[in-house]
Design a protein around this ligand. Sequence first.
Ligand SMILES: Nc1ncnc2c1ncn2[C@@H]1O[C@H](COP(=O)(O)OP(=O)(O)OP(=O)(O)O)[C@@H](O)[C@H]1O
Length: 366
Amino acid sequence: MLELRRVTKAFAGVPAIDAVDLTIHDDEYLTLLGPSGSGKSTLLRLIAGLEVCDSGTISLDGEDITYSPTHLRNLGFVQQSYGLFPHMNVFDNVAFGLRHRTHNPIEDSSEVDRRVKAMLDLVGLSELGQRMVGQLSGGQKQRVSLARTLVTEPKVCLLDEPLGALDANLRERMTVELRKIREALGVTFMHVTGNEDEALAMGDRMIVLDHGRLLQVAPPDMVYREPDNVAVARFVNAYNILEGRVSDGAFLQDDARLPAAGAPDGKGYYAIRHDAATIHHGSEPPEGAVALPATFVTEEFLGSRFFYFLRLDDGTVFEVERHLSREDPIHLEAGTRCMVSWDPRNALHFGADGNRIGAPAMKGAA
Ligand SMILES: Nc1ncnc2c1ncn2[C@@H]1O[C@H](COP(=O)(O)OP(=O)(O)OP(=O)(O)O)[C@@H](O)[C@H]1O
């Protein structure tokens, strides 16, 4: 178990990581999502020992490693740039990690041979052991980099944007493979990404970071359905977020009063998921639904889904996502007036501080 307590790191007086509490369990896949500059790489580098905390502690299985040198931490670090030796072939790149690891380096060449081959097999590179790394594709280099780290049997493997350099197809394949590799080895993965789909798809738990602070640590479906903070709702990129005021249990949107029982008076945010809203053109919104007038802008077709983009009368862009399996697509001319509606029970309310009304207090150490 890896534990961070009040870990803080500032650069030139500006906090990059701010009093972070986090417990990472054995044998789990954690994804770390945050916008550029939120402190994702800094957090990994602090855990890896490539940066030193200003304050706070980091421990691994009860041992304080806050100030331990990187090579004594028994952690693996897979960087986006791969960090491979270009003058070595694939086999030797992976063997290097094994021969030179700090804990129990392996010198017996038949044992090195056996372990490297098993690892190349696991990452799907058994045919390419003799290939020089300069002759590999991006995805293959990424696998070598992963194999070279995993062969050292780290307790926790830190991955900094491991799929960042791959094209969309390969990214999708590697998403599945990374999970399989992790499960086969039972090692903990902490995977940093700026891509919300990747974070949602891969992690057993997901950490959302912003301005060096943890906004939410929860299973991906919880983060998606019940974001604790309006910033989290923005990062998962699945919500229409209206910004305005609450008065007497209603969120004021232009001339409309949207039910917001329980939300305190004052500034607030109202969020409804793209897939929880419906467009009406020539039909009436169902009884009990919240409905607002809108102007159709454009549509985007994504295989099994349609995204419709509209504009509310105050200028807010409003997105509606529909699945072809559930209904036929609608085709409207740009500029067509219509209504958007949703069940008010599906709406989320956030206070002036951005926190969701009714959300539990942040439990980073959970
Ligand atoms: N060595 C450094 N010296 C000064 N400032 C730094 C240093 N490393 C990071 N920072 C600053 O700390 C903040 C967090 O940076 P970090 O690289 O951790 O963010 P990130 O979330 O990984 O971003 P990205 O997704 O763009 O890689 C940023 O404001 C960055 O400019």
